[in-house]
Ligand binder design. Structure first.
Ligand code: 5GP
Length: 182
């Protein structure tokens, strides 16, 4: 009996299949390979926990010499809505001054998290070039402006789970993305 999980996987409606995701991620990686120089190292910053599956699959198709860093931010708690503030849980990063940096995020909703992170990295770490890759873009929910360089899929304003995205901490392990019908 699952005590913490009140919504079953069988209720989920699929939005993007495993194939859809893998195909699109390869396309994004190709764009990144074209946009960054092969002669300079790339620092890929993955935002835990949601972006972990996306970033792992993305870097497999990136051919530029890369280092992968993980940072942890929290804004949703256990809820289906943003808490309205960003909580840096672990922001430790190497020296990125003058480097090429790619932030990898699962989804942009209000834009609050990304706005916070971009401001922090630009001001504190001074990279030469900072680009952003997000798997899903809920553009209609945006309240904070962010310039995103690579978008997997634009989506409507629904709460999605799977492929890194959680519901109450669960379902991150699903290889596809879906949503619970209202
Ligand atoms: P933002 O700061 O842009 O409002 O929200 C960013 C974070 O909220 C994402 O990194 C993600 O963790 C969480 N989030 C936003 N929308 C969804 C969603 O539809 N499903 C899940 N599981 N998390 C979401």
């Amino acid at each position: 009996m699952l005590e913490l999980l009140d919504r079953k996987e069988t209720e989920l409606l699929e939005l993007f299949s495993q194939n859809d995701l893998q195909r699109r991620i390869k396309e994004i990686a190709e764009q990144i390979n074209n946009d960054f120089s092969n002669e300079e190292e790339l620092y890929v910053i993955s935002i835990l926990k949601g972006a972990v599956l996306f970033s792992v699959d993305l870097v497999k198709s990136i051919t530029i010499p890369s280092q992968i860093e993980f940072i942890r931010l929290a804004s949703y708690g256990n809820d289906e809505n943003s808490s309205g503030r960003v909580k840096p849980v672990d922001l430790s990063l190497p020296n990125l001054e003058g480097k090429n940096v790619l932030i990898v995020e699962d989804i942009i909703d209000t834009g609050l998290t990304m706005e916070f992170l971009v401001k922090y990295i630009k001001a504190q770490l001074k990279p030469k070039n900072l680009k952003i890759a997000v798997l899903l873009d809920k553009h209609c929910a945006r309240t904070h402006h962010v310039d995103v360089d690579y978008v997997g899929f634009p989506i409507d304003n629904k709460f999605v789970v799977g492929y890194g995205l959680d519901y109450k901490g669960f379902y991150r392990n699903l290889p596809y993305i879906g949503y619970f019908p209202q």
